[in-house]
Design a protein around this ligand. Sequence first.
Ligand SMILES: NC(=O)c1ccc[n+]([C@@H]2O[C@H](COP(=O)([O-])OP(=O)(O)OC[C@H]3O[C@@H](n4cnc5c(N)ncnc54)[C@H](O)[C@@H]3O)[C@@H](O)[C@H]2O)c1
Length: 251
Amino acid sequence: MNNLGLQGKSAIVTGGASGIGGAVTKLFVERGARVVAVDLQQEAGEALVRELGDSVAFLRGDVSDPAVARAAVELAVERFGKLDVLVNNASASRQKPFEEQTDEDWDLAMNSSLYATRNFMLAALPELKKTGNASVINFGSGAGLDGQPNQASYAAAKEAIRGLSRVVANEWAPHNIRVNVVCPMALTAGVVQWSKARPEQYAQSAAKVPLGRFGDPDRDVAPIVAFLAGDDARYMTGQTVMADGGAIKLR
Ligand SMILES: NC(=O)c1ccc[n+]([C@@H]2O[C@H](COP(=O)([O-])OP(=O)(O)OC[C@H]3O[C@@H](n4cnc5c(N)ncnc54)[C@H](O)[C@@H]3O)[C@@H](O)[C@H]2O)c1
């Protein structure tokens, strides 16, 4: 029997056309939700709509743009009547030593990760409040927790997202809006690219995973996001959940 734990929920997934975001979009739909997937990749977004039908609405846009965040919320309400879940998954960055990272590199990481998360949370708030039972899932990274070399701007943006999420978890708790963070480790196209650019770092990261492998976006990471989105996680907020095969253990 299908697990229909997200039946009737309306969600936005940023970066929802490929990688972990694509896996989240697909699993949410499989579990009964309807999803607005926001992404820069037109073709991947259209392919998702062909595959999943009316349960997905694709919005092509840059998550750094506050107007895109507002348009995504409007689209969710127009197509699905409400908004219960927001997944801030999109992120882009360049890996270089700290002293080589330019203002542009910092802008890319901050805008696509931290400010996009802020923009979408602000745009979504009025609708999330209306449902009286909402969930926001933001994406952090082991790169920040672990201080991975060549990830200064990205790590800074991701740790800022964790701080932001803890504050907003407290502020929005009275509205029963939960805010949690997932730090994944998954073999997506982006990671494959990184593994080719930095093979020694990739080998080191993989060797540190107690479960012995980089995760599968569909089977290892998306189900953890779906859990946080659903009512089984109704008593969890302000948490960082590691979806990384045990690589990092928070205390
Ligand atoms: N894959 C991992 O092992 C890993 C590890 C730590 C953290 N993360 C985090 O998990 C999330 C997903 O990672 P992934 O590996 O699936 O990434 P990915 O690069 O494979 O996919 C990211 C998606 O976001 C979209 N995107 C990027 N910038 C965008 C923008 N400005 N506007 C709209 N869409 C944009 C891309 O088109 C893509 O579809 C990210 O927040 C990432 O930082 C991933």
